[in-house]
Structure formats: C-alpha cells, structure tokens
Design a binder for this molecule. Structure first.
Ligand SMILES: [Zn+2]
Length: 353
C-alpha cells in the first residue's frame, strides 16, 4: 500500500469519531428543537399528556384560562390558549403602563449590573425591549445596543428618536448570525408562543462564547406555591409558559445554550409579589395594586373597593412579605428564575462530552 493511501486511511480513522460526534450533536440539537408541534403539545418535549393544574384569570379582561403541566417533562403552560392573532388583543396600549422614572432607572441599573463585564466594543440585543429604558441605560454605559419589540409597542414609534435599531419579532431571523455578544430577555420568554424556536434563534445570533441572560417568574418559587391561581406573576394569557428551573434548563440545553449560573432573588419583584399574591385573595380582580402603581388605565366598577382593601392591608402584609421573600431567596425559591447561559464553541462542547 503506498504512502498516500495509508495516510488517507489513518486520517479517516482519526477523524471519524469526531465527525460522528459532530453529526450526533447536530441530530440531538435538531431533535430537541422541533419546528412543528401538534396543537397543545409541550413546547419542550412534544408530549400531549398535560394535566390540569388550575384555572387563572386575566387581570385585565377577567377571562379564565386553564394552566396545565406536561406529564413527561414538567413544563407548565396555558392550554388551550388564544390564537396568535387573538393574543394581540390581550396587549392593549395600557398594558405597557409607566413606572416612576426614579424607580424605573434604579431597577434598570440593577439589571445592567447583572450583565457580563463589558470588554471593548460589544453588542447587546434586548428581546422585548418595551419602551427601551433598559437598552438606553446599557448604551449610556458603553454597550452598542439594539432591541426587539412588537410593532405596536411605543418603542417602535420612538425608534427614530432613540437612534437605535429596533427589530420586530418576525425580523429576528434576518439578524446576522454571530453578531451579538449578549442577548437579554427580561420577563419575556414566558410571553412567547414558541420559546424553543426563539432560543434557537438566540443561539444563532450569539457569537461563540456569548451569553444569553434570561429572567422569568419562578413557577417553583414560594410565592407561586402560596398563591396558585392568585399568584401575582400568573398574568394569563400573556404568560403562556410558567417555568421551573429544571424544564427551563432542559429548554436551554435543547437550544444549544449551556446554563452557567442561576439566581432566584429579585429586589424588584419578590416582596411585592408576596404582597400582591396575598391581596389577590382579598380583591375582586388580580393585581389591582400593581396596576395602580404602574399607572395602567384600569377603570373597573369594583376598583374603588379594591383600592381601599389594598391600601388598608398593605401595612400589615409588607413586613410579612419581606420575611417570606428573604427566607425564600435563601432556599433558592425566590420569585424569579434568572439564568446566564453560554453559547459554547464546538470545541468546548466536544471537550465536555
Ligand atoms: Zn413536556
């Protein structure tokens, strides 16, 4: 056998395991992110054997929506849910509300501090950027920023004034691959009709070694267990999915994103969530105090009674809520799930196998 043939055979022998490994990883990735699902099938595992958990009520419309849990993987979600076209009716202009600027800036600065350290000229994409408050704080600290938001959001109208790129959700696929260092989703993933597909897109547009930072309400937290259908963060049908740590971790892995770090404490939400969850048992509609605070247009006949009840009970509930939320955070059962996940390079993935 001459030298070139021997060399070719040795080369094939050495590279075949690597090629098989790469193909297996690609097939696993494809299997984990199915592109089509049956109506009502689990977004994570595709099973259709979900069991009822409870029925929640929309704080805005008062309509009832059942929440179910997948019997195979434990992911909880609204089922049946409104069609994509119908869902837009549950996001009226008033939904976006407006927080006091001091409070909004303080909370957005806390979020900026959660970002990976800025190294030179780096790009950040905030999916679900709302009015753009967070990305403007990021830009002020040196990040090159862009956002994604629904077309009827106020930020689209302000796009020119802000001087930043704001994509519509359907345009996510047009963003160049490996073009962002960090992608953030602050209380957004639970709103999306197909989180698995969105996370696959996030992986595509992240640079190798890039980070996605996600925060969602913690369906496994103490305030959720305390409230059940009256939980502050339930917010059906806008919150289509209700994440616990394990299903969210599997969803990230399935999209090719590796969780690096988890937190459950939120200064922004935890104590207030306990207060509002308890108040929801006393008021005629969920989340009345929250809607007052963010100045949502909310004129319901029973609003006056709910306002009186909320303000009267607040002094008694607040100390209790501070204690409960502090204990919950120590037990990793706070009101949110915050996770940093990395898009690992192919060599890092192969090395870890
Ligand atoms: Zn499932």
């Amino acid at each position: 056998m001459d030298a070139p043939v021997i060399g070719l055979r040795v080369g094939l022998l050495l590279t075949t395991p690597w090629v098989c490994q790469i193909i297996r990883l690609m097939m696993e990735h494809e299997a984990a992110v199915p592109t089509e699902r049956r109506e009502g099938a689990c977004n994570l595992c595709g099973a259709s054997d979900a069991q009822p958990v409870f029925t929640g009520h929309d704080p805005l419309s008062g309509e009832a929506f059942p929440v179910v849990r997948c019997g195979r993987c434990g992911l909880s979600y609204v089922h049946p849910r409104p069609s994509i076209e119908r869902l837009s009716h549950y996001y009226p202009e008033a939904y976006y509300g407006k927080r006091h600027p001091f409070f909004a800036n303080f909370m957005n600065d806390l979020r900026v501090r959660k970002l990976p350290r800025l190294r030179g000229a780096q790009r950040l994409l905030d999916i679900g950027c709302g009015r753009g408050d967070f990305i403007l704080r990021c830009r002020a600290r040196g990040w090159s920023v862009a956002g994604v938001e629904q077309s009827h959001s106020p930020v689209i109208a302000l796009k020119a004034a802000l001087g930043i790129d704001v994509y519509e959700p359907d345009d996510l696929a047009s963003i160049a691959a490996e073009s962002f260092d960090v992608v953030t989703l602050w209380h957004v993933l639970e709103h999306l009709p197909d989180p698995a597909s969105t996370l696959a897109e996030v992986r595509r547009i992240l640079k190798p070694g890039g980070t996605v930072l996600i925060e969602v309400p913690n369906f496994g937290g103490w305030d959720s267990r305390l409230g059940g259908p009256t939980w502050f963060h339930l917010d059906v049908p806008r919150h289509l999915f209700h994440f616990e740590r394990e299903p969210l971790s599997r969803l990230l892995h399935g999209a090719g994103l590796t969780p690096q770090r988890w937190e459950t404490f939120s200064l922004e939400y935890d104590a207030f969530s306990v207060v509002q969850t308890l108040l929801n048992r006393l008021c005629s509609r969920p989340n009345h105090l929250f809607q007052l605070l963010i100045r949502r247009g909310h004129t319901h006949a029973r609003s006056v009674k709910d306002t009186v009840v909320s303000l009267a009970a607040l002094p008694a509930l607040l100390p209790l809520a501070l204690v409960v939320s502090a204990l919950a955070a120590r037990r990793h059962a706070g009101g949110v799930l915050r996770v940093w996940a990395e898009k690992r390079g192919l060599f890092a993935v192969l090395h870890s196998e």
